[in-house]
Design a protein around this ligand. Structure first.
Ligand code: NCD
Length: 307
């Protein structure tokens, strides 16, 4: 059977995502009743993980997912490795992947996941690639929307650094495939790259650009706020935002404009763009969203390994 990798949301058919959502819901329900329900699934299976960029949720939820499935994870320590001696990413990936059944990779270089998948013969999962895609985040984001609304044909406001935010890139692609429409709320300098808008529009998705959230807040099912990717900003913009702070701040005053049935999502980490005062609003779904990362990744790993 052909080896499947998940480098971009383009790698799965739309029906596969819907199957993954159903499977995730089943896993979540079963685990709530019995934490040991899936421990036999990855028995004897070892995954490799290499993160060249910092991570809390993605690495943590992959580790929790593998452990809930009864598998083991070799979490490669980049800082203490021969990477410091100049070993290439591809050579390192071959070493980390050796003797394992799947490999999870986060790296700043766009396109590296596909290159790795071409040289190793186990499934590769892209856990975030520079300013490109973050397809497992889009999976958990769309699952969360499906769980909340029981459908995916919703109106999503993407807000913040849409130029560099890889979670938004994968989300607009996957959302467009699943019938969502998008309001892209960002300063002009940080708007969604044209190629993602073109991709979404080619599927019949309606995408509009806005500079303020107030213009569209009343029409949103989902407000998806993201942080300013300071580490990826060109120097001039970085200096500007270091002085001014984030161009956006989601507060209870903004939530007051949003429908009572809507939700607020954030891939996290948050910095100053989402006020902690929003946390007690029943529409705050970001921590539930983050937890869903465990269950969606459990479903994803089983899917890639055909278990
Ligand atoms: C995001 C990422 O790494 O792209 N975090 C995550 O994986 N949940 C978002 C970010 O860093 O802003």
């Amino acid at each position: 059977m052909a080896i499947r990798s998940y480098i971009s949301v383009d790698d799965f058919a739309t029906e596969e995502f819907l199957q993954l959502f159903t499977h995730t819901a089943e896993i979540k329900k079963n685990l709530a009743m019995n934490r040991a329900a899936y421990l036999d699934k990855l028995c004897g299976i070892l995954g490799g993980m290499m993160f060249y960029e910092p991570s809390t949720r993605t690495s943590g939820s992959f580790e929790k997912a593998v452990k809930r499935l009864g598998g083991q994870l070799y979490d490669f320590n980049i800082a203490a490795s021969s990477v410091a001696k100049g070993e290439s990413v591809l050579d390192t990936a071959c070493m980390v992947a050796g003797g394992t059944e799947f490999l999870i990779v986060r790296h700043p270089q766009q396109g590296i996941g596909r290159q790795i998948a071409n040289v190793i013969n186990i499934p590769v999962i892209n856990a975030g690639e520079g300013t490109g895609e973050h397809p497992t985040q889009a999976l958990l984001d769309m699952y969360t929307i499906w769980e909340r609304f029981n459908k995916t044909q919703v109106r999503i406001g993407l807000m913040g650094d849409l130029l560099h935010g890889r979670t938004c890139h994968s989300l607009i692609k996957l959302g467009a495939r699943l019938g969502a429409h998008f309001f892209c709320i960002a300063p002009i300098a940080l708007q969604m790259p044209k190629e993602y808008i073109a991709y979404a529009e080619s599927l019949g998705c309606i995408v509009s650009a806005h500079e303020t959230a107030e213009e569209v807040a009343g029409e949103l099912d989902v407000l998806y706020i993201t942080r300013l990717q300071k580490e990826r900003l060109p120097q001039a913009l970085r200096s500007q935002y270091e002085i001014e702070g984030s161009p956006y701040n989601v507060t209870p005053a903004l939530l007051a404009h949003m429908p009572v049935e809507s939700i607020v999502m954030h891939p996290l980490p948050r910095v100053d763009e989402l006020s902690v005062e929003c946390d007690t609003d029943p529409r705050a779904w970001y921590f539930k969203q983050a937890e869903n990362g465990i269950y969606t990744r459990m479903a994803l790993i089983q899917h890639l390994l055909s278990l």
